[in-house]
Write a protein that binds this ligand. Structure first.
Ligand code: NAP
Ligand code: 3JN
Length: 345
């Protein structure tokens, strides 16, 4: 699919983090045409070396004074503060930025893209030179909703998430490990620092900060981003986002009120033909998607497809994906692939 005569100078900002390291893997696995890779992180990581395509590359500190000229594509995953400050600077120096943070997602001049759902939106990035990657929980949900939306329409969605600790970064993964080790060794639990409450042997119904309306920011991301990606301000979404003691993979219980009747069999059929979706749904054989089975995969897995008992007409389903790959790095690299395919970079 690539024009192999053309290679790109690609920057990864936040390269030492969970998503940054996944960027390197995904770029390599998908054989993205990288001529040169430039790695950035904070000053703490200056001089660290990371491997890309079998070769070591030194990490540079993202400097306020630096010039970013010569970069074609910048993949950002260093948090929203860094994106707010540096994405416009990379863009004005000539790069197209694909940003993983929430900083630009709701900006009307910035497209918010999931390639399986709204690939055409990638073309409208020109004003700011920035394309936003949605939140991981939104991405996997809309990939599963789109085929149902196209067949039966959607009025309302109710979703409860079961989000792994990797969504909160490398330090949160270590926090779950440390708390679990303490329990195994009969020691007191260390105080939580990166997840608001103890996460080992617990579930925590708070991801990101609380908003005025009692929902968390993570929950409101799912509400607002879904409408923007689906180009439908009338879809009502209500979410409860929960952190669970799982390392990788977000799971979601999704309940949908459709506009027209759609049977579970029909839903299974449209989902199994949809791009980026794998249906794993055979209750008689105890088959449904599990977070531990989807680690390292790029698709969105759907199972437990059944008639909803509260929404009429409606469907219920269980949606699982690797949050660091399809929820972050893979989706962003797919956006970069679209840019190449459309000749936009
Ligand atoms: P992480 O493991 O904590 O990594 C954070 C990365 O950002 C590290 O490389 C860190 O560098 C770098 N960084 C932090 N402050 C910086 C600064 N001032 N200047 C330059 N680099 C800086 O977190 P992660 O899980 O990779 O997530 C990173 C960000 O990606 C999140 O904050 C979020 O905005 C976004 N994200 C999005 C999704 C999604 O839903 N699509 C999912 C996960 C993450 P050091 O190693 O030097 O500290
Ligand atoms: O917690 C998760 O499972 C997903 C977290 C995503 C995240 C973490 C820190 C900051 C985001 C995001 O992508 O929405 C942000 C942010 O950029 O606001």
């Amino acid at each position: 699919m690539y024009n192999f005569l053309m290679g790109y100078r690609v920057a990864v900002v936040g390269a030492t983090g969970e998503v940054g390291r996944a960027f390197l893997k995904v770029l390599e696995e998908r054989n993205f045409p990288v001529d040169e890779i430039v790695l950035f992180a904070s000053e703490r990581s200056e001089g660290k070396r990371l491997i890309f395509k079998g070769e070591e590359h030194e990490v540079k500190a993202l400097s306020k004074q630096g010039s970013f000229k010569g970069i074609d594509i910048a993949l950002f995953s260093a948090g929203s503060g860094v994106s707010r400050e540096f994405a416009p600077r990379f863009a004005s120096d000539g790069a197209v930025v694909v940003d993983n943070s929430s900083a630009w997602r709701m900006d009307p001049e910035v497209p918010l893209v999931v390639p399986e759902v709204n690939p055409e939106d990638v073309k409208i990035f020109k004003n700011k030179g920035i394309i936003a990657n949605p939140n991981c929980s939104t991405i996997q949900m809309v990939v599963a909703l789109k085929p149902i939306y196209d067949r039966a329409g959607i009025n309302r969605v109710f979703v409860a998430t079961y989000q792994s600790v990797s969504g909160a970064g490398a330090k949160a993964i270590r926090e779950l490990e440390d708390q679990t080790r303490a329990w195994c060794e009969g020691r007191d639990f260390p105080d939580p620092k990166h997840i608001p409450k103890r996460i080992a042997f617990n579930v925590v119904p708070r991801i990101d900060v609380f908003m005025e309306n009692g929902y968390t920011k993570e929950e409101m991301k799912m509400v607002n981003e879904t409408r923007k990606i689906m180009h439908d301000e009338n879809i009502k979404v209500s979410a409860t986002c929960v952190r669970v003691p799982v390392f990788y993979g977000h799971s979601e219980a999704v309940h949908i009120e459709t506009k027209r009747d759609i049977s579970p069999e029909e839903a299974r059929e449209v989902l199994s033909k949809a791009p980026g979706v794998v249906v794993l749904d055979d209750p008689k054989r105890d088959i449904y998607p599990l977070a531990v089975d989807v680690q390292g995969r790029d698709e969105v897995f759907v199972g437990r497809i059944r008639k909803d008992l509260a929404f009429e007409p409606g469907l219920a389903m269980w949606v699982v994906a690797d949050n660091i790959r399809k929820g972050a790095a893979t989706n962003a690299v797919q956006i970069a692939e679209l840019l190449v395919k459309e000749g936009l970079v």
